[in-house]
Design a protein around this ligand. Structure first.
Ligand code: HEM
Length: 394
């Protein structure tokens, strides 16, 4: 029996979880933490298979470990926490917002937001990848997509952060009778109903779809509010974390950064490699619906199962030399956006924001060092990264 210990709330392990992940993959590919009452998978092949098996590994009780464990009342429409076939109906409706055509149409606006963030910093000698970019760009992008007036966007960010933050070392508190709050956008939806525009609220209000009873209808206001809250909850905090890692990892790999300065066509591959190397969402959880045999043991029905995406991304059974950051790596198989039914709906948007931001950073600041002593870690069990990543321009 291996004595490897893993705890997703442990602040020390979280600083550099990769040696622990490696031991889990080698010594305890099916891990059981009795104290914290969860099971865990860490190998790429196991996680990939579990993500494609929603019958046995369900999202219906949530996809955050604390939520699955608390089993709160989940209002209908929180599609990230639904299983097919209901999930399929809801996802298709929201998927309209993230088509390649839509992404192309908003690229100029995303670039304009980046420029507005970065231009005022041009005369200084430092900037912050999280405070100046990560905290601004995802919020403004989703705000624009949804149709939130600029002045109100910080309140969306504050709400999205609040929902996903826990105290260091402690699980996220989950309210059993009121886990999911869909009130965040009520005012805007009311307002948009009277003032249609070319945003997501207006578009979704007009959608006709066939619901689970076979009735063709429009979305109810409560359903729309929940969809919007899911999008904001999934897309603000995660993408924000990408920027801290961008600043740190590229400063630590100046030769590869220089390659990107000289050849911008390498940037999309570099963003995917960043996402593989330091995924902002290190794990997702599932609820086990029936007894399942894994690695010679039975995981009982009713268990909470943690799928360690960040470990899968470093699995030497799948990736050559996985602890090496390499922008030339053939992308495609990273698990940072999960797989299967719940594959991140916002992946094209996250990639777009990452690419455009990196282009604009390199246009202005081709070289920087990071002030790690001044950087501030984001303490959270759901997203992993930084609240501040100061860069000193050289
Ligand atoms: C780097 C940034 C991001 C990362 C690492 C990330 C990661 C993920 C992961 C791992 C999942 C799967 C959850 C599960 O299987 O339980 C997911 C789902 C989702 N993400 Fe993202 N995400 C990012 C950005 C975004 C953005 C920008 C948006 C939207 C604006 C977004 C919207 C969603 C939605 C709506 C789902 C649920 C999809 C479904 O249940 O069918 N994400 N994301």
């Amino acid at each position: 029996m291996s004595d490897v210990y893993y705890d997703p709330w442990d602040v020390e392990i979280d600083l550099d979880p990769y040696p622990t992940y490696r031991r889990l993959r080698d010594e305890a590919p099916l891990y059981h933490n009795e104290r914290r009452d969860f099971w865990g998978l860490s190998r790429y092949a196991d996680i990939d298979a579990a993500l494609r098996d929603p019958q046995r590994f369900s999202s219906a009780k949530g996809d955050i470990l604390e939520v699955v464990q608390a089993d709160p009342v989940m209002p209908p429409g929180v599609f990230i926490n639904e299983d097919p076939p209901l999930h399929t109906i809801h996802r298709k409706i929201v998927g309209r917002a993230f088509t390649p055509r839509r992404m192309k149409a908003i690229e100029d606006k995303v670039r304009a937001f980046c420029n507005a963030c970065l231009d005022p910093l041009m005369d200084g000698d430092r900037f912050d990848f999280v405070l100046d970019l990560g905290a601004e760009l995802p919020m403004r992008t989703i705000g624009m997509l949804v149709g939130i007036p600029d002045a109100d966007q910080p309140s969306v960010r504050a709400e999205a952060n609040r929902v996903l933050r826990n105290k260091p070392g402690e699980p996220l508190p989950v309210k059993k009778d009121h886990y999911f709050d869909g009130d965040m956008f009520t005012e805007y939806v009311d307002w948009r109903m009277k003032n249609p525009s070319d945003d997501l609220i207006t578009e979704l209000l007009a959608v006709e779809f066939e619901d689970e009873t076979g009735t063709t209808r429009n979305l109810r206001k409560e359903e729309l509010l929940i969809f919007l809250a899911v999008i904001a909850g999934a897309g603000v905090e995660t993408t924000g974390r990408l920027f801290g890692w961008m600043g740190k990892v590229l400063a630590e790999n100046p030769d590869q950064r220089q390659e990107l300065v000289l050849d911008r066509s390498l940037i999309p591959g570099a963003i995917d490699e960043l996402l593989r190397f330091e995924p902002p969402g290190p794990h997702v959880a599932r609820y086990v619906t029936e007894d399942v045999e894994l690695h010679g043991q039975t995981v009982p029905a009713g268990s909470a199962l943690l799928l360690m995406l960040a470990s899968a991304n470093r699995d030497e059974r799948t990736f050559d030399d996985p602890d090496r950051f390499d922008i030339h790596r053939q992308p495609g198989s990273l698990l940072s956006f999960a797989k299967g039914a719940h594959f991140c709906l916002g992946a094209p948007l996250a990639r777009l924001e990452g690419r455009v931001a990196l282009e604009e950073v390199l246009n202005r600041f081709p070289k920087w060092d990071v002030d790690l002593a001044g950087a501030r870690r984001a303490r959270s069990s759901t997203v992993r990264g930084w609240d501040s990543m100061p860069a000193i321009i050289s």
